[in-house]
Design a protein around this ligand. Structure first.
Ligand code: TTP
Ligand code: MG
Length: 409
């Protein structure tokens, strides 16, 4: 580990039970009670819940019917995005008092790089204490903070003593505090990889270091093995990226065989739009610019953009714009499509724009359906629920990861 990386001071903040905590702030009678944010009923999903409800097993992304069974006496509220987005924006403003190098990750989460501002981790702890205090005073909310020499450890640390936690995780603490954690806590280990690792008796992060990188390569592949070993040692050199928010979220794919039929192209646009919309929702973002990238079989490339009247995180809206851009602004002149990309730019926290206050019932229904399908994917894996149109066409023409990944992790 180099000298410079040892000296970095990175802070990760994640607000506690964010939507629920904002509701409690607005109505103190809710304090200390099990509160669930989400829509009740067979198609509803839990957005989040108070820690009192978590004691009964209620969790984010859980079907509402399950939550109702686990905690029948909970109070339910549908959620008020604008309120949460406003709180989020004001909290981000507070970050400026600490450092200009801020990378927002979602509506309630951000990395702050205090390198050069805090001289060491203990100094970082002081800054974290002040930040928590400012948030408590200004917003009457609590957040949990991790302070560490890199992003990975800071994120792990913020989660260790939730709610209202403050944990400093130095490299020396890695054996005691990182190694006992389950391997799913490593970035890049999803349920499938975790299953494969567990089959080899790798259950905790520390177990990863007991097998050689070569053996690990056999389980997860070359690049991933190196990456996971480094994380398990507590090493992560990724920078805090302050301009990330300004970027777009996009997804593109190169096809093994050029696409020539319009319905094939439409389905591909739907798949890419779906991927982008899911990423937006996962990060609590919405955007008003839809971007389309097309490359023909002979490598001519077009990029086209269109501005929507209001920010969106819905597949239907994104795909509609992408299809329109394709039909109206691309002239293929008989050539096939080698690459298709869809992106959304002009990002902001979802619900912060005037129009995002669910202006009509149709959009609200689409939004609820999108959340429900997101939740089912979280529960059963991403292939469990595929829209009927996608299902029709699950042919393996896609080359996996052949093009650049989206602008975010
Ligand atoms: P999280 O930070 O994941 O959850 P949280 O802040 O409610 O609770 P914790 O104390 O564990 O951090 O997400 C932030 C907000 O994003 C959350 O308050 C509601 C929203 N959200 C959803 O709407 N759906 C989801 O599936 C998740 C995970 C979050
Ligand atoms: Mg949170």
């Amino acid at each position: 580990m180099s000298k410079t990386s040892r000296k970095r001071v990175i802070l990760h903040l994640d607000m506690d039970a964010f939507y629920a905590a904002v509701e409690v702030r607005e109505n103190p009678e809710l304090a200390g009670k099990p509160l669930v944010i989400g829509h009740r009923g067979p198609r509803g999903v839990v957005s989040t819940c108070s820690y009192e409800a978590r004691r009964f097993g209620v969790r984010s992304a859980m079907p509402s019917v399950t939550a109702e069974r686990l905690c029948p006496h909970a109070i339910w509220m549908p959620g008020r995005m604008r309120l949460y987005a406003d709180a989020s924006r004001r909290i981000r403003k507070l970050f400026e008092e600490f450092t200009p190098v801020v990378e927002p990750l979602s509506i309630d989460e951000a990395f702050l790089d205090l390198t050069g501002i805090a001289t060491d981790l203990e100094h970082g702890r002081e800054a974290a204490r002040k930040l928590k205090q400012r948030i408590r005073e200004e917003e009457r909310l609590t957040g949990s903070v991790g302070v560490a020499p890199n992003k990975f450890l800071a994120k792990v640390a913020s989660d260790l003593e939730k709610p209202d936690g403050l944990v400093v995780l130095a490299l020396e603490d890695v054996p005691a505090r990182l190694w006992p954690l389950p391997i799913e806590r490593l970035w890049g280990v999803g349920p499938k990889t975790a299953e494969r690792l567990r089959a080899r008796r790798v259950r905790r992060i520390g177990d990863l270091l007991k097998i050689s990188e070569r053996a690990l390569r056999g389980i997860v592949g070359g690049a991933a093995a190196e990456h996971l070993h480094a994380l398990a040692r507590g090493e992560d050199s990724r920078k805090v990226q302050p301009d990330r928010e300004a970027k777009s979220i996009s997804e593109e794919r190169t096809y093994g065989t050029d696409l020539t039929e319009m319905d094939e192209i439409d389905r591909a646009l739907l798949q890419r739009s779906e991927g982008v919309a899911r990423q937006l929702r996962r990060q609590g973002l919405a955007g008003r610019t839809v971007l389309l990238k097309v490359r023909s079989g002979d490598f001519e490339t077009w990029t086209r953009a269109m501005t929507l009247p209001q920010p969106t995180d819905l597949t239907e809206t994104i795909v509609e714009a992408a299809c329109r851009l394709f039909r109206e602004r691309i002239r293929l002149e008989g050539k096939g499509v080698r690459l298709l990309g869809v992106g959304v730019g002009g990002l902001e926290p979802a619900g912060s724009g005037q129009a995002s206050l669910f202006p009509d019932a149709k959009q609200e229904r689409a939004r609820r359906l999108a959340r429900a399908t997101d939740a089912i994917r979280v529960k059963l894996g991403s292939d469990a629920l595929v829209r009927a149109r996608l299902l029709q066409n699950r042919k393996d023409n896609d080359l996996p990861e052949a093009s650049s990944p989206p602008a975010v992790d």
